[in-house]
Each structure stands twice: as structure tokens, then as C-alpha cells.
Design a protein around this ligand. Structure first.
Ligand SMILES: Nc1ncnc2c1ncn2[C@@H]1O[C@H](COP(=O)(O)OP(=O)(O)OP(=O)(O)O)[C@@H](O)[C@H]1O
Length: 233
């Protein structure tokens, strides 16, 4: 399994007591599968993503990413693991206003220390390939304000794939989009997951566009409940 959470409990301070955001969650996603985690506001979706992204350590339980148990890893080791194995698509596109679409992707390669000449050329080629894969081949030179909301979301998806992650974590990708564009983004994520073999987790409160995903897991009060799994899983 590319991503595995085992018996994960996460609590937050809540006055004199603690609030349980994730309650003994066990959840695994293999390479090449997209699992949608669906639940109402406050059910624990963002907490699940943050734990899977190794941004928050759970109170108990284990998180394994690309075969590596993350329990007890220090900050530097976690940063390294995230950089090489995890791609994150945030709800807001958080693109840098002054950079073109292609440059937004190439920044990721630089962060990864791949700044030398041969590597720069490879990063340029990979950025253009990924923009092509998300249907933006003709928009590589555009800056965020010259793109639509749906196009910006596609750039953030391509950017998250730039370092060829094992695990792709996606937070509410359709919340700022109209119906057709929302459906197109979920279809795109499903296709990229299958083509590139990422283990993808998409959290959302919106069940509208989930027809083509491999698996749907409901979340309620920090507990998961399997709702639908396709045969290929
Ligand atoms: N930093 C925090 N401190 C205290 N409680 C928190 C914190 N973050 C989240 N919570 C609580 O944990 C529970 C789960 O929150 P979480 O953000 O994971 O839910 P969510 O399903 O992502 O909600 P939304 O769809 O509104 O973003 C909620 O009851 C929330 O109020």
C-alpha cells in the first residue's frame, strides 16, 4: 500500500478536555487508486489529510507513506519525505501571482534541489508535459490572473505531480468551480491517478462528481465507513 493509516486517533485541545477529530481510523490506498473521503463540515476530512500529509502527528496509531513508517521521524526527515513522495492540492490554488503556469511547476523542481543545467532542461520538459496532461498545453505562458478558476486548479494539480509523488492528497478541489468544471476536475484526477499510479485521496463534502472514482469512504465524527469500492480495488 502506498498510503496506510492504522488505528489513527487525533485529538485537539478543547477547553478543559480534548476533542476527538479522528477516532481509531484505519485506511489504506494502493498505487493507482483514487479514494474519495466524503463528509459534512467538521467531520474530520482536513484532519485526515493533514495526518496523511505528515503535517500533524496523530496521538496514537501509525501513518505509513510509500512503505516508510513516519512515526518518530524528525522534522527534517518528514520534510524530505513530503518533498519526494507526497503531492498536495490545496483548496485555494495558492499560485504565485507573478509566475507563468510553467514557472509555477518549475519552482517545485528547484525546491527539490534540481537546479543544475541538465536538470533544469528536464524540469522544463516535465513541466510542459504535465501542463499538456492537464489540458493546458497552450496556456504554459499565462500567469494566474490570465487563467480561469478551473484552469488555475489544473495548474495546481500539475504542480503537485511535478516531483512524481507516490501519494496525492487533494482538498475540496471542486468547491470554487461550477458543476461542469467540478466534474471535469474529478475526472482529470481519476485519469491521472490511473495513468501515473499515484495513491490519491480526495476529500470533499460534495458527492455530486464522484461517479468515476474507485472508492468512496464516508466520514462522520472522525470515524470512517466504507461506502463503495469498485472491483479493480
Ligand atoms: N486546530 C484545531 N483545534 C481544535 N479543534 C479543531 C482544530 N482543527 C479542527 N478542529 C475540530 O476537529 C473537528 C474536525 O475538523 P476538520 O477540520 O478535520 O473537519 P472537516 O471535515 O475538514 O471540516 P470542513 O469541511 O468544515 O473543513 C471539528 O470538530 C473541528 O472543530
Amino acid at each position: 500500500m502506498s498510503l496506510r493509516l492504522t488505528d489513527v486517533t487525533l485529538t485537539y485541545p478543547d477547553g478543559q478536555s480534548r476533542l476527538t477529530a479522528l477516532d481509531r481510523v484505519t485506511f489504506a490506498v494502493p498505487a493507482g487508486a483514487l479514494a474519495a473521503v466524503v463528509g459534512p463540515s467538521g467531520s474530520g476530512k482536513s484532519s485526515l489529510l493533514a495526518v496523511a500529509a505528515t503535517l500533524i502527528a496523530p496521538d496514537s496509531g501509525t501513518v505509513t507513506v510509500a512503505g516508510a513508517d513516519t512515526t518518530g521521524l524528525g522534522r527534517a526527515a518528514l520534510t524530505d519525505l513530503r518533498r519526494h513522495t507526497i503531492g498536495i492540492v490545496f483548496q485555494q490554488s495558492n499560485l504565485l501571482p507573478s509566475l507563468t503556469a510553467a514557472e509555477q511547476l518549475r519552482v517545485m523542481a528547484h525546491l527539490d534541489g534540481r537546479g543544475r543545467a541538465g536538470a533544469r532542461t528536464r524540469a522544463r520538459t516535465r513541466a510542459l508535459d504535465l501542463l499538456d496532461a492537464v489540458g493546458l498545453a497552450g496556456q504554459a505562458h499565462r500567469r494566474p490572473h490570465q487563467l480561469s478558476g478551473g484552469q488555475r486548479q489544473r495548474v495546481t494539480i500539475a504542480r503537485a505531480l511535478m516531483n512524481d509523488p507516490t501519494v496525492l492528497l487533494v482538498d475540496e478541489p471542486t468547491s470554487a468551480l461550477d458543476n461542469d468544471r467540478g466534474a471535469a476536475v474529478v475526472d482529470l484526477l481519476t485519469r491521472l491517478t490511473h495513468e501515473r499510479g499515484t495513491a490519491t485521496v480526495l476529500v470533499t463534502h460534495d458527492r455530486t462528481h464522484l461517479g468515476a472514482v474507485d472508492r468512496i469512504v464516508g466520514v462522520h465524527d472522525g470515524r470512517l465507513r466504507e461506502e463503495m469500492v469498485t472491483e479493480s480495488q
